[in-house]
Ligand binder design. Structure first.
Ligand code: SAM
Length: 288
C-alpha cells in the first residue's frame, strides 16, 4: 500500500469508500508528511517501543508508526473506518486494530495483553472533543506508559504546560504537571488537515514521571482543593475554598492556610503544585 499522506491519496480513499467525515467524532485527517515526522520524532519511537494510537482514521499516522515502532495497537471508535483500515494497513504486520471507544477500554488490560514488558508510548492525533478525558484517563488510571505525544487544540496544550501566575494556569495545568513533564513540540497550521478544523493545533509531549511530582497524603482531596481554588479565580483563596462546597468551615480554612504558610489573600492561580500539596496535607486531618 502506498503512503496515504497526501491530499490526493486521502481524497481518493475517502471517495472510493464513500466515507463521510464525522464532525462529532473529531475527524480531521493529516495530509502533511512533515508534521507526521515531527510527531514520530518527538516521541523518539524505536523498534523497542510498543505504541498505542488512538483514532487511526484512515491509517495515515499508523503507517508511519508501523515503520518505526516494534508494535502498534490502534483503537478506533468509528466502524465505518474499519474496512478502510483493513485495506490501508494490510501490509503492516506489526499493527493490531481494535474497534472500540478508548474511553471505555480497559487500558491496563490492553497494555498487559498486547505489550508484554515492552516500553509503551501513546501517540495520536486526538479527536479534539475528548482530548482532556482521554489524556486524564491514561494519567489518573496510572496506565504504565512512558510518553504521550499528541496533537491537540493549541489552547489546551498551552494550559497543560502553563506556569503559576499566568492566564493559562488552571486545574488542567496542575493535573497534567502532577503526572508529567510537558513540552510543546510544534504548532500546527490548519492547512495540514482534511477537513480543516476551526481551531489551531499543537503537538505536545508529556513525559510521564516515574513518581508524581509531589507526595501528598490524599490525591483526591488535593484535586478537590485545586478545582475549588480555580473555580472562583478572582476570589482570594480563603473565600474560594470557603464557598466551594468542600465542606470546611471558614475558621478551618484560615487555620489550614496558616499551617501551610500560604497567605489567605493569595489567589489559587498563584499556587505551585508543591503549595497545593502542602495545603491538602494540612487539610487532611480536618477531613479524616
Ligand atoms: N490519526 C488520523 C490522522 O491523523 O489522520 C485521524 C485523526 S482524527 C483527528 C481522530 C480520530 O479519532 C478519528 O478517526 C475518530 O473517528 C477517532 N475517535 C474519535 N473518538 C474516539 C474514541 N472515543 N475512541 C477511539 N477513537 C476515537
Amino acid at each position: 500500500m502506498e503512503k496515504l499522506v497526501s491530499p490526493k491519496i486521502t481524497k481518493e480513499i475517502v471517495e472510493r469508500f464513500g466515507f463521510k467525515f464525522s464532525k462529532s467524532l473529531g475527524q480531521n485527517f493529516l495530509i502533511d508528511e512533515n508534521i507526521l515526522c515531527k510527531i514520530v520524532d518527538g516521541a523518539e519511537v524505536s523498534k523497542e517501543d510498543g505504541v498505542i494510537e488512538i483514532g487511526p482514521g484512515i491509517g495515515t499516522l499508523t503507517q508511519f508508526l508501523a515503520e518505526r515502532a516494534g508494535k502498534v495497537v490502534a483503537v478506533e471508535i468509528d466502524k465505518k473506518l474499519i474496512p478502510i483500515l483493513g485495506e490501508t494497513l494490510k501490509d503492516e504486520a506489526n499493527v493490531e486494530l481494535i474497534h472500540q471507544d478508548v474511553l471505555k477500554t480497559d487500558l491496563h488490560k490492553l497494555v498487559e495483553e498486547k505489550f508484554s514488558g515492552q516500553s509503551v508510548k501513546v501517540i495520536a492525533n486526538l479527536p479534539y472533543y475528548v482530548t482532556t478525558p482521554i489524556i486524564m484517563k491514561f494519567l489518573e488510571e496510572k496506565v504504565p506508559v512512558s510518553t504521550i505525544v499528541v496533537m491537540i487544540q493549541k489552547e489546551v496544550a498551552d494550559r497543560m504546560q502553563a506556569k503559576p501566575g499566568t492566564k493559562d494556569y488552571g486545574s488542567l495545568s496542575v493535573a497534567v504537571q502532577y503526572y508529567c513533564d510537558p513540552k510543546i513540540i510544534t504548532k500546527v497550521p490548519r492547512s495540514v488537515f482534511i477537513p480543516q478544523p476551526n481551531v489551531e493545533s499543537t503537538v505536545i509531549r508529556l513525559s510521564v514521571l516515574k513518581e508524581p511530582k509531589v507526595k501528598v497524603k490524599d490525591e483526591d482531596l488535593m484535586f478537590d482543593m485545586v478545582r475549588a481554588a480555580f473555580g472562583k479565580r478572582r476570589k482570594t483563596l480563603l473565600n474560594a475554598l470557603t464557598s466551594s462546597g468542600l465542606g470546611f468551615e471558614k475558621e478551618d480554612i484560615k487555620e489550614i492556610l496558616k499551617k501551610s504558610n500560604i497567605d489567605e489573600a493569595r489567589r489559587g492561580e498563584t499556587l505551585s503544585i508543591e503549595e497545593f500539596a502542602e495545603l491538602a496535607d494540612c487539610a487532611y486531618p480536618y477531613r479524616h
